[in-house]
Design a protein around this ligand. Structure first.
Ligand SMILES: O=C(O)CCC(=O)C(=O)O
Ligand SMILES: [Fe+2]
Length: 277
């Protein structure tokens, strides 16, 4: 985007079309504002552009707890799941008994022979990279790869009112002693060059569900530094959080604290805006 000196700037239809295209790709209002500023637009003009183009720049639709909650229990289709705690802004839900003990064991045993050192999505290129901040080992199941995986996916879809097709394949992670996942966001940073390619597979990530498959002897909590929240892993329990804007304002910074003794196994489900292909 080229633009005239600040004194002569005005919003052309080209600029508005560019903004609409950015918004359609999942870029937020904040990131479009930042991109305009970085490209040399004055603060006044960028702010005016925000006012002129509110459509499409609003928050993304996100999954949430499918009501009603009866007592503390929610009907997840094939079982009732207990809601232990609910937080708002951001929406965080702690679940008990989301998975049974035998489901936890089955996921661990099916994943164990397929583990390899965890990669993270590289938003600079759209590929995957080894990341020193993430020292776990992991694997992905295909969506509905087997009956247990399919049953869990269906339960999650019902619980969160979000189509099963919008989920990435279930990921299982194992952290050995000392392993950790430093605080990070799960959404794809709209400012990175590789992000548009990643978004073609189902749009942004809009929510995360971390399910605990075992209990480490010591350490390994999931921490949310902005919320002063620490979730201690217990088998079958889970933590859900959503982010309507792929921006730190979502306050969804989180990480897996180092495992101090024993090992930690989790299954993570990431939910996308649209069907994940
Ligand atoms: O290990 C944890 O508790 C956090 C995992 C996580 O943040 C992720 O898989 O994206
Ligand atoms: Fe994460």
């Amino acid at each position: 985007m080229n633009q005239p000196p600040a004194t002569e700037q005005h919003l052309t239809s080209d600029v508005l079309a560019w903004m609409a295209a950015q918004a359609a790709q999942g870029y937020t209002k904040e990131s479009i504002f930042d991109a305009m500023r970085a490209a040399g637009w004055s603060r006044e003009v960028a702010a005016l552009a925000m006012q002129m183009h509110p459509e499409g720049l609003a928050s993304l639709r996100v999954p949430s707890l499918a009501l009603p909650v009866s007592g503390r229990m929610v009907d997840a289709g094939d079982k009732w799941v207990e809601v232990q705690q609910l937080f708002q802004a951001p929406d965080v839900v702690l679940f008990a008994n989301l998975l049974s003990a035998s489901e936890c064991r089955a996921l661990i045993e099916a994943a164990r022979p397929r583990l390899s050192r965890s990669l993270t999505v590289d938003t600079k290129t759209g590929g995957e990279e080894l990341n020193a901040d993430r020292t776990s080992e992991g694997m992905f199941f295909e969506r509905s790869e087997n009956s247990i995986v399919r049953c869990i996916e269906t339960r999650i879809a019902k619980l969160l009112g979000w189509p099963r097709e919008n989920g990435e394949g279930l990921q299982v992670l194992r952290y050995g002693p000392g392993a950790e996942y430093k605080p990070h966001y799960d959404y794809f940073d709209p400012a990175e060059l590789g992000t548009p390619a990643i978004l073609t597979r189902g749009g942004q990530r809009v929510a995360t569900l971390i399910m605990y498959l075992n209990e480490p002897e010591k350490g390994g909590a999931t921490v949310f530094p902005d919320l002063d929240l620490k979730v201690v892993p217990r088998p079958g329990q889970a933590v859900f959080f959503s982010y309507a804007q792929p921006h730190p304002a979502s306050r969804t910074l989180h990480g897996g604290a180092p495992v101090q003794a024993g090992e930690k196994w989790i299954a993570t489900k990431w939910l996308r805006e649209r069907e994940f292909i």
